[in-house]
Structure formats: structure tokens, C-alpha cells
Design a protein around this ligand. Structure first.
Ligand SMILES: NC(=O)c1ccc[n+]([C@@H]2O[C@H](COP(=O)([O-])OP(=O)(O)OC[C@H]3O[C@@H](n4cnc5c(N)ncnc54)[C@H](O)[C@@H]3O)[C@@H](O)[C@H]2O)c1
Length: 384
């Protein structure tokens, strides 16, 4: 029997919209779920933004203050898609109010913030799903299986890359993302957090690391009005960019594997160039988000001159079958969020975590904190 689950969304910028669309599409792709999201409430501090979202997507109620959602008994699950500095306060309040939470990465400004949210959820007995969407790509699931079953031998080394140009334009507005107080770290929390999650998901824990960070654009113009996503501002008063644009990092995994992670938000000529190359003693596996359904795989017994073939993911890889019946039909970013919504609702339905959890967010944030420490001190560091 299908029953309704009252859901709410806090913060209706880019991610708020993507979560909402995922809730609406969920029953189309995963009809077997016995819970069906019902859009009960949306909150955003920008006047009119929540009302606009309600009119467009069908939320029953719109508010400016997220506390109204915490107090609303119709709401059983909440998407937290507000800026990073609010994750801890909103996440703990929602959990303590008995609401399951689907919260965007990086879950606060520090590992301590992520831990506070994780502890609140555990204490209240509610489920917590985190927006590490790239691990939901069926090709990433296939790569994980390939590695786990020993198809490429023992993993020796890996490169994880996340290059973007979203902050490359000199007129990219000085939004919350560039402030310590509201954004926390820069590219570390924004992009490297995804890379760390992918690395952990595929290869296990990171034991120690040595990082270097840089800020290439020191000042930006303050926006004159409300922003969402990566807005532009020109001619306004300039303010300092307080966090890093770039990180490069050497990684040592508990398994003994070595790695390099590089992430940058001001890479001209790079748009969502996210991916990994993983090498093992017998083979290798390559993935590029921009060709999400393809996996480069080298396997066999040749060692030298061993060919690389392209595997098109299909039914049987991750949740691909919920979208298309045959291989090589393209999926998109939004589909990864539908899979995340599925993990969230399935966790609630079964009372067991599926997909990226708050504990994953804590582990990822501990690695990011170690990167910041390492870069500051110029020494190797270990995640606490
Ligand atoms: N998983 C991903 O791929 C991904 C991608 C982008 C952003 N994110 C994460 O999602 C979160 C939001 O990012 P975004 O790009 O959607 O940002 P955004 O700036 O587009 O949207 C944030 C929204 O939150 C609203 N807001 C601010 N303060 C609020 C408050 N007190 N109460 C209610 N609403 C408030 C803003 O008005 C805005 O509409 C961040 O934590 C970010 O790191 C994740």
C-alpha cells in the first residue's frame, strides 16, 4: 500500500529546485516504494522565492522562516539546500523535531558541524542522506564492483579531478560561497568534498595527505540583490574572496594505495570536468562525469600494451534500470538526484541507511579539514 510522506525543502536556489524535481519524479522511476513524497512546505529567506516555488511545483505552504517547517507536524522529511553555514543549525533542529533529513554536502563548515548533525539524527532516530550525487552514477557503481571483485588487481594509485569554471569569470558575484563565515572553505567544500566521497566510496578510507591550496581571484564585486547559483555582479563594491579557489593533494589510503586529488573552481576551459583514473596491478578504470554512462576499462592478463575498452553502462549497473531498459541511453545530473531521493525514501521506509549517509559526510569533512590543516602548516596531516 502506498502512503504519502510530507516533505519540505529549505533553501530554494539551485539545489532546492533539483531536490523538488527529484521528489516529483521519484514515483515515475521507483514505483515500488511504498512512500510517495507530498510537497508540503518550502522556505527561503528571499521574499517571494518560496511563494514562487510553491506556485510552480505545488507545495501547499510557503514560508520565509525555516523554523515554521521544523514546527509543522505535516512535514516528516526535509531537504536542506541552504548555504553551508546553516546546515548545522537547520540539520540539528530538523532532526530534533523528528524529521528525516536529506542534506546537501558538505554538511556544515567543518567536520565538527557534520558530526553535530549526524549525532542529532542518530539521537532522534531519523534517517540522513547526503548530496554526494556523483557516487550514484551507475558507471561509478560499476567501477566500484569492478574494483571490489579484483578485476583490476590490487589498486595501486588513483587520480581524482574536479575542474570547473563556475568562478572563473571576474564578474562572478561575491556570494556566500566566497565567505568564510557562510561558505566555510572554498573549492574544498564545494568540489573536493565530492572527490573525497568518490575516493572513499571506491577505495576506502584515506589515512594521510599533503595538500596545497591557492586563491587566484582575490576580490569580487558584492551582489546588489538576492542571488542563486553562480550569479554575476559587475561594477559594485569589491570585497575579499576569503577562501581557496584551488587545491592539489597527495593521498595515502589505508589500503596502501596512493592518490592525487586536484580541484579548481576557476579553471577557464573546464566545465564539470570531474572524474577519476584508477590503476591496479592488473588493469585500470576511468570515468568522466561528462560522459557519465561510459567507463573506460583495461583488464586482462597482458599487463603491457593491454587495451582499454569502453563499457556502456546499462540495466544491472547501479540504478540504471529505473531509467532506461537498454545500455547507452544517456542519463543526466538530475537523474543522479532522483537516485539520491530514492535512497532517502528507501532509508525511511526500511529504517536502514542507503546511499551516502551523514557518517560519510563526517568522514569526508574530516579529510577536508585535514587538507586545510596540511596546506596551512605545509606538512602531512591525517583526518581526525
Ligand atoms: N550536490 C551538488 O552537486 C551540489 C551542487 C551545488 C550546491 N550544492 C550544495 O547545496 C547547497 C545550496 O547550494 P545552491 O547552489 O543551491 O545555493 P544557492 O545560492 O543557489 O541557493 C541557496 C538558497 O538558500 C536560500 N537561503 C539562504 N539563507 C536562508 C535561510 N536562512 N532560510 C532559508 N533559505 C535560505 C537562498 O535565498 C537561496 O535561495 C550548498 O550547501 C552547496 O554546497 C550541492
Amino acid at each position: 500500500m502506498v502512503s504519502a510522506l510530507g516533505v519540505a525543502v529549505v533553501g530554494f536556489g539551485w539545489m532546492g529546485r533539483v531536490h523538488t524535481q527529484a521528489y516529483l519524479r521519484l514515483p515515475h522511476h521507483f514505483p515500488g516504494l511504498s512512500l510517495r513524497p507530498r510537497l508540503v512546505a518550502v522556505a527561503d529567506e528571499v521574499p517571494g522565492r518560496a511563494e514562487e516555488a510553491a506556485a510552480r511545483y505545488g507545495f501547499a505552504t510557503a514560508a520565509r522562516d525555516w523554523r515554521e517547517i521544523a514546527a509543522d507536524p505535516r512535514v516528516r522529511a526535509v531537504s536542506i539546500a541552504a548555504p553551508n553555514h546553516l546546515h548545522r543549525e537547520i540539520g540539528t533542529a530538523m532532526a530534533e523535531a523528528g524529521k528525516h533529513i536529506w542534506i546537501e554536502k558538505p554538511v556544515g563548515l567543518t567536520a565538527e558541524d557534520a558530526r553535530a548533525v549526524a549525532e542529532a539524527a542518530a539521537g532522534a532516530g531519523v534517517q540522513g542522506t547526503v548530496g554526494f550525487n556523483y557516487r550514484n552514477a551507475p558507471a561509478v557503481a560499476a567501477a566500484r564492483e569492478l574494483i571490489a571483485t579484483g578485476e583490476i588487481g590490487a589498486v595501486t594509485h588513483v587520480r581524482v579531478r574536479l575542474f570547473s569554471d563556475y568562478a572563473a569569470h571576474p564578474e562572478a558575484a561575491l556570494t556566500w560561497r566566497y565567505e568564510r563565515e557562510r561558505g566555510g572553505s572554498g573549492v574544498l567544500g564545494d568540489l573536493a568534498s565530492h572527490g573525497v566521497d568518490l575516493a572513499r566510496f571506491l577505495l576506502g578510507e584515506i589515512e594521510s595527505l599533503a595538500a596545497d591550496t591557492a586563491r587566484f581571484v582575490p576580490e569580487r564585486a558584492r551582489p546588489t540583490g538576492a542571488t542563486a547559483g553562480h550569479a554575476r555582479a559587475a561594477g559594485g563594491e569589491l570585497g575579499p574572496v576569503e577562501n581557496e579557489d584551488y587545491v592539489s593533494c597527495l593521498l595515502r589510503f589505508s589500503s596502501g594505495a596512493r592518490g592525487v586529488l586536484e580541484a579548481c573552481r576557476v579553471s577557464v576551459g573546464e566545465q564539470n570536468n570531474y572524474g577519476f583514473e584508477i590503476h591496479g596491478t592488473k588493469g585500470a578504470v576511468f570515468w568522466d562525469f561528462r560522459r557519465m554512462g561510459e567507463l573506460g576499462v583495461s583488464r586482462g592478463t597482458a599487463y603491457q600494451d593491454q587495451s582499454v575498452t569502453t563499457v556502456y553502462v546499462g540495466p544491472g549497473h547501479g540504478e540504471y534500470a529505473a531509467f532506461q531498459p537498454g545500455s547507452a541511453n544517456s542519463m543526466g545530473y538530475d537523474d543522479l538526484k532522483v537516485i539520491e531521493a530514492y535512497h532517502f525514501l528507501r532509508s525511511i521506509e526500511e529504517g536502514t541507511a542507503y546511499g551516502a549517509t551523514l557518517e560519510d559526510a563526517v568522514r569526508s569533512a574530516a579529510v577536508l579539514d585535514a587538507m586545510a590543516r596540511s596546506a596551512e602548516r605545509g606538512t602531512w596531516a591525517s583526518p581526525a
